[in-house]
Design a protein around this ligand. Structure first.
Ligand code: PLP
Length: 361
């Protein structure tokens, strides 16, 4: 039993059985007498891991031919630039939904390469919610439409995928990828830094519809061209082999938990425990997100004042509840409850919250 409840926002908790397998294979990978970290990325051992990670990823999302999954470096932040470099044609325009801190960063990068049309913004509501379908002002000529399915810092999440007709739909899914079933075939591209729901930092997963590649710009540096990574099965240069190895184990673990529907049920139960603690506190805890946009991955809330928030974090830490301080840009409290976080940890936090509210409310 792990006495610590890890609510870190990213890098974040990994499934304990995955860490145990990593530990057992660390010095001797499958009888080869060395670690997977010490082998060539061209070895048959690593090639098998790399291929399995792509296949399992696609199987979890229920998609087949016509899509590729790439494992690249540079984090989701590099994707903010790589996307417009490849898919915003000279003189072109792309639609972006402005829903929080991460969408904003994606927008700033896209502006370096072309025109950005903010097709919807919830900034005037302090990013407490995602836009509704009828609030989208889409440009019929948009090269693509980009949105952020889960705003990790504000704690808001799309519970319905925006309907954008036949424009290419692109999503930054860094903080809720593989946490629930999604209609993957509606996307031209999905990307995610691994360190929240998929594995260790250093790997970025990119799901790409292959036919979209035909429209990609040609004058892009080799490493920043999606087609380079597609043609070379993510092995154009040395990939982050250890990260891909751990990611593959996490994908297997997700399958063993009942796949994405299993994850969704478990994540809904977890989030409910903490949101109930907020709702039953009679105003002592104040959730940042509007109820209909509440994130099942990052639960964000405030206490009556900052000094109580400080005490909350201090006492929680002393009780083994780790990583609860909100992002430095917004303050408050944030519980990140990604796939690997156990329901029991969420129950421990909910009980701590009720007890703290009784003592200080
Ligand atoms: C964490 C995060 C990022 C940044 O990811 P890096 O891998 O650190 O570049 C981008 N978007 C979202 C939604 C995130 O949660």
């Amino acid at each position: 039993m792990n006495p610590i409840c890890n609510f870190n926002a990213g890098p974040s908790m990994l499934p304990v059985p995955v860490l145990q397998q990593v530990q057992s294979e660390l010095l001797d990978y499958q009888g080869r007498g060395m670690s997977i970290m010490e082998m060539s990325h061209r070895s048959k051992e690593f090639e098998a891991i790399n291929a399995s990670a792509e296949t399992t990823f696609k199987r979890l999302l229920g998609i087949g031919d016509g899509y590729r999954v790439l494992f690249v470096q540079g984090g989701a932040s590099t994707q903010f630039a790589m996307l417009p470099m490849n898919f915003l044609p000279p003189g072109g325009s792309a639609d972006y939904l402005l829903t929080g801190a991460w969408a904003e960063k994606a927008i700033e990068e896209a502006k370096l390469f072309g025109t950005v049309n903010i097709a919807a913004s919830t900034q005037a509501d302090q990013f407490r919610r995602v836009p509704q379908q009828d609030q989208l002002q889409l440009n019929p000529q948009a090269a693509y439409v980009h949105f952020t399915s889960n705003e990790t810092i504000q704690g808001i999440q799309f519970h319905q995928i925006p309907n954008i007709g036949d424009r290419p739909l692109v999503c930054d899914m860094s903080s809720d990828i593989l946490s629930r079933p999604i209609p993957a075939e509606r996307f031209a591209m999905i990307y995610a830094g691994a360190q929240k729901n998929l594995g260790p930092s250093g790997v970025t997963a990119v799901l790409l519809r292959e036919d979209w590649l035909a429209r990609a710009n040609k004058n892009v540096p080799t490493m920043l061209r999606y087609s380079t990574h597609v043609k070379n099965n993510s092995l154009y240069n040395t990939p982050p082999t250890f990260g891909v190895y751990v990611l593959n184990l996490v994908l297997n673990w997700i399958e063993q938990q009942g796949g994405l529907s299993g994850m969704a049920e478990r994540n809904a139960r977890k989030a409910k425990l903490i949101y109930e603690a907020i709702d039953q506190s009679r105003g002592f805890y104040f959730g940042h997100a509007s109820i209909e946009s509440r994130s099942l991955m990052n639960v964000t809330f405030r206490l009556p004042n900052e000094s109580l928030e400080k005490q909350f974090v201090q006492q929680a830490t002393a009780a083994g509840l780790i990583g609860l301080a909100g992002h430095r840009s917004v303050g408050g409290i944030r519980a990140s409850i990604y796939n690997a976080v156990e329901e029991s940890a969420c129950r421990t936090l909910a009980n701590f919250m009720s007890d703290f509210a009784k003592r200080y409310g």
